[in-house]
Design a protein around this ligand. Structure first.
Ligand SMILES: [Zn+2]
Length: 118
């Protein structure tokens, strides 16, 4: 009962995760070793009242992520998670490729159109 009173959802640790990771981490998916469940970080159970932060599986209560901060350093462990997965950043990686495709598309059309009209 006391544990439930202290429990928040994973969105409660967004600020601390944001200090370490450049991605929006509450949308990142984390895989539990205990039960195999895969959920967004924001959907898991967060306990922030301890000296550190503990993120537990909402399904089996396994400790997925533990974050502590001491002497100006963050330490993160993943005691009972298989992996943490996040999408690649959309702006920095996809946009240059899209821009290159867009540039190659219109350019031949502009070159071809005058030749076809003559
Ligand atoms: Zn689990």
């Amino acid at each position: 009962m006391e544990g439930e009173a202290l429990r928040l959802d994973g969105n409660a640790i967004a600020g601390t995760l944001g200090e370490v990771f450049v991605h929006e981490m509450t949308a990142a998916r984390i895989a539990c070793k205990g039960c195999g469940n895969v959920e967004p970080v924001g959907a898991e159970h967060a306990y922030v009242q301890a000296p550190g932060i503990v993120l537990r599986c909402r399904n089996c209560d396994a400790a997925l992520l533990v974050m502590t901060r001491t002497d100006g350093r963050h330490r993160i462990s993943f005691p009972q998670s298989h992996w943490l997965e996040m999408d690649e950043p959309g702006d920095s990686r996809i946009e240059p490729r899209t821009t290159a495709l867009n540039r190659s598309g219109p350019t031949p059309n502009l070159d071809v159109a005058p030749d076809q009209s003559f």
